[in-house]
Design a protein around this ligand. Structure first.
Ligand code: CTP
Ligand code: CA
Length: 223
């Protein structure tokens, strides 16, 4: 005789998460990227899965194991990440942008390796950058009633002010703002965050990213 297990709280909910860095090619062998490890996004995926959600994880290159039960969509560039999110966003109940998207990409990708000592416009010193699309802002603008959109804000100063600006400019329901730089944020196992919503800000203590993931999902439940 087996008693049926109670359904988990997020059963039937679809959660779309971006994680990791994006990688923007300069030429055949070089790229521009950042120090993101993907740990925060993967912790969010694990936390949502353990609450019973269906999880799609759009991930830049990281060296982390795929969370069991998640649909992982591997991407490299910001434009690939945007395309994958556009595909999955409409059926998602919750979108969480935890990826460290490269803000700029080389305007062109050289097919050949760029050489040293090149006079003229072809050398590495002449690489021109153009701005990448803002994935969170794009999804925030597309949001329909009932969908919840959550972003992060990586700041080196004025965390609350910049975080609140991002809440408004990206049409997010919550911004998880945190201090980066000087050994904080990128690549570490823990994180100290400020949860910013329309109704106020909640400062959380320094905690493991796995625990912060649960605190973020708790706040999403409240919203
Ligand atoms: N983000 C995004 N697409 C981008 C840039 C950022 O989806 N092209 C998302 C990040 O995933 C994060 C939020 O926007 O959830 C804020 O990222 P952040 O780098 O802090 O802010 P930016 O808007 O890029 O501004 P800046 O880096 O100049 O502070
Ligand atoms: Ca940025």
């Amino acid at each position: 005789f087996q008693r049926e297990a109670a359904p988990l709280p997020w059963t039937g909910r679809k959660v779309l998460i971006t994680a990791g860095p994006t990688v923007e090619p300069i030429d055949a062998v070089r790229f521009v990227s950042n120090y993101s490890s993907g740990k925060m996004g993967y912790a969010l995926a694990e936390a949502a899965l353990s609450r019973g959600a269906e999880v799609t994880l759009v991930s830049g290159p990281v060296s982390l194991p795929a969370p069991m039960g998640a649909t992982v969509v591997p991407v490299k560039t910001a434009r690939d990440m945007l395309a994958a999110c556009e595909e999955a966003f409409d059926s998602a109940d919750v979108f969480i942008a935890s990826a460290a998207v490269a803000d700029f990409r080389p305007a062109e990708t050289a097919k050949e390796k760029l050489k040293k000592g090149t006079e003229g416009q072809e050398g590495l010193e002449h690489v021109r950058f153009v701005e990448n699309p803002d994935i969170l802002a794009t999804m925030g603008t597309r949001k329909r009633p009932g969908q919840i959109v959550v972003g992060f804000a990586a700041e080196t100063s004025d965390i609350e002010r910049y975080g609140r600006q991002k809440l408004a400019s990206k049409h997010a329901d919550m911004i998880v703002a945190n201090q980066v730089g000087e050994g904080k944020g990128f690549g570490t196992d823990d994180n100290q965050a400020l949860l910013i919503t329309e109704s106020g800000s909640e400062a959380l203590p320094l905690m493991a990213k796995t625990r912060l993931a649960d605190a973020i999902l708790d706040k999403i439940e409240q919203i």
